[in-house]
Design a protein around this ligand. Structure first.
Ligand code: PGA
Length: 250
């Protein structure tokens, strides 16, 4: 695993965007796995800015998002689909038909997940998967205790995720309690993983994920077994890993 430390959120976002842009430039028809949440929004802004300046094109890029809340319309402003449009897709030249997010209104969640996995395979797998990390160690919405052997599936959100992500909803009752998420198996099959983290609240879980045992209680710990992981974090997020003595690049 390579770990890059940056000074703050802004430089973390720029470094994250840099790695994504290198992927886009070296393989213009890459399949990118994308994430929502607050961590990647700065990187998306940076990518959109480079696109506006003419430095990048997404015309041949395909994207697959990690998850969608189950029960939310793609038009709901807190849906992952809407967030991706707002934060990235509406600002770049990606073709709408090349952007995939699970359908939160699918009648049959199993069939929707099977179709999502079939899409990942039909596209030839994911070249670069961007991940955030939950304070409880989730990646995608694979919550502590979830089975590591699953591909895309319907998941019950943990109390910690419900509490934390309800900040995006007007009232907590509006937040769905389930999501359709790529599974750990799907994530582990991606060719390269880029995990981004910012802020002191991520320091402890990053330590548990990368210095502790691989355990279902900390889903991100499985990434210790992936051969191509890059972690980009700001000084605050990486404070615990630094203390633990993991090799960190500047
Ligand atoms: P955050 O979420 O980027 O909003 O901190 C990360 C995650 O839950 O994966």
């Amino acid at each position: 695993m390579r770990i890059y430390m940056t000074e703050d959120y802004q430089s973390m976002s720029r470094r994250t965007a840099n790695i994504i842009s290198a992927q886009v430039i070296t393989k213009p028809d890459s399949v990118l796995g994308l994430a929502t949440g607050s961590t990647p929004t700065g990187a998306y802004q940076q990518l959109a800015e480079w696109y506006r300046k003419g430095d990048l094109s997404f015309a041949e890029i395909r994207t697959l998002n990690l998850y969608e809340y189950y029960g939310l319309s793609p038009r709901h402003e807190q849906s992952c689909r809407c967030a991706m449009q707002r934060n990235l897709f509406d600002h770049i030249d990606i073709r709408p038909e090349n952007t995939y997010v699970p359908d939160g209104l699918a009648r049959d969640p199993r069939a929707e997940c099977a179709a999502y996995d079939a899409t990942i395979r039909a596209l030839g797998g994911i070249d670069l998967q961007l991940l955030g990390i939950g304070v409880n160690g989730h990646i995608g919405l694979n919550e502590p205790g979830d089975d590591f052997g699953l591909e895309s599936h319907l998941v019950q959100l943990s109390e910690s995720t419900l509490q934390r992500n309800s900040r995006f909803f007007e009232c907590r009752e509006d937040m769905p309690r389930q999501a359709l998420t790529m599974g750990i198996k799907s994530i582990m099959h991606t060719h390269r993983i880029l995990i981004a983290a910012s802020g002191a609240e991520k320091a402890d879980i990053l330590c548990r994920a990368f210095c502790g045992p691989v355990s279902r209680e900390v889903p991100a710990s499985i990434l210790q077994l992936h051969p191509e992981v890059t972690l980009v974090g700001d000084r605050a997020a990486l404070s615990g890993l630094r203390e633990a003595g993991l090799p960190i690049c500047g």
